[in-house]
Design a protein around this ligand. Structure first.
Ligand SMILES: Nc1ncnc2c1ncn2[C@@H]1O[C@H](COP(=O)(O)OP(=O)(O)OP(=O)(O)O)[C@@H](O)[C@H]1O
Ligand SMILES: [Mg+2]
Length: 222
C-alpha cells in the first residue's frame, strides 16, 4: 500500500520519517517509490539537503534535474505556504494536478507521499493539504514533535482527520531536541485520547542523515 506523510506543522520531522521508512523498507529488499509533489522554499542553487534530494538519497537514486523534477514536480522558491509561494511567481497550486501526481504513482508501486507543511496548510482557494489527502484516498502517517504545545496541535490534527474521514496508520513523535518532558510521557498522554493508535517515539538522533539510525517504523507503512 501507499501512505501519505503529514504532520502537525513544518520542520517537525516528516522528511526524517519519510527517509527512515524508505530506507527501512529498501533494506528489506522491497521496491518502493516516494514523491514530495509540492515543495516551497526550494532553491535550485542549493539542492543539497532539500526534501527532494533527501528522498532521492534514501531511494538510492542520483540527484539531478530529471530525478528532482520527477520526485517534486511542483517547486516554488519562497519559503512560504504553497499558495503564497506560488503567488510570488504568478502561479497557483493546481489541486487536481497534485492528486493526479499521487495517483499516477501509487497505482504502480507502493509509494510514500510526503505532504507540504502541516495538515491544514493552505493550497488554493479554501483547499488545504487535508483536501489533497482526502482526494488521494491514502492513509496517513501523522508526524508530530515532542516540543511544548504540540499535544494540542496533535489532538487538533486528529479531530480534523476524523471529521474528514481520513484514516491513519499511526503517529510518530519526533524529538525536537528541546522537549519539556520525555517522549514516552507525551505518548502516554496522547494514548488516553487516541487509545487505538500505533505510536512510535524517535529520540534525538545526532549526525548527518539521521534517518539512517531511526528506530523501526515499518509498522506505520504496512
Ligand atoms: N528526532 C530527530 N533527531 C534528529 N534530527 C531531527 C529529529 N527530528 C527532526 N530532526 C531534524 O529537524 C529538521 C526538520 O525535520 P524535517 O526536515 O524532517 O521536517 P519536515 O516536517 O519534513 O519539514 P518540512 O515541512 O519543511 O517538509 C531536519 O534537519 C531533521 O533532520
Ligand atoms: Mg520535509
Amino acid at each position: 500500500m501507499s501512505v501519505f506523510i503529514t504532520g502537525t506543522g513544518t520542520e517537525i520531522g516528516k522528511t526524517l520519517v519519510s527517509c527512515a521508512l524508505i530506507h527501512q523498507r529498501r533494506a528489506r529488499g522491497e521496491d518502493v517509490d516516494a514523491i514530495k509533489p509540492l515543495v516551497s522554499g526550494f532553491d535550485p542553487r542549493a539542492v543539497e539537503g532539500s526534501d527532494p534530494a533527501e528522498l532521492l538519497t534514501a531511494l538510492g537514486r542520483p540527484v539531478d534535474a530529471d530525478t528532482l523534477a520527477r520526485v517534486s514536480p511542483f517547486r516554488f522558491r519562497a519559503p512560504l505556504s504553497p499558495d503564497s509561494a506560488a503567488a510570488r511567481e504568478g502561479r497557483s497550486v493546481d489541486l487536481e494536478a497534485l492528486v493526479e501526481a499521487v495517483t499516477h504513482r501509487t497505482t504502480v508501486r507502493p509509494t510514500l507521499v510526503e505532504g507540504a507543511g502541516g495538515l491544514m496548510v493552505p493550497l488554493v482557494g479554501r483547499h488545504t493539504v487535508l483536501d489533497w489527502i482526502k482526494a488521494t484516498g491514502l492513509k496517513v502517517v501523522m508526524v508530530t514533535s515532542g516540543a511544548l504545545g504540540t499535544l494540542s496541535h496533535t489532538l487538533c490534527a486528529y479531530e480534523a482527520l476524523s471529521r474528514a474521514g481520513v484514516e491513519t496508520t499511526g503517529l510518530v513523535v519526533s524529538s525536537s531536541g528541546d522537549d519539556p518532558m520525555p517522549l514516552e510521557e507525551s505518548i502516554a498522554t496522547l494514548a488516553r485520547y487516541l487509545p487505538d493508535e500505533v505510536m512510535v517515539p524517535i529520540p534525538r538522533i545526532s549526525g548527518i542523515q539521521p534517518w539512517r539510525r531511526a528506530p523501526d517504523l515499518t509498522a506505520l507503512w504496512p
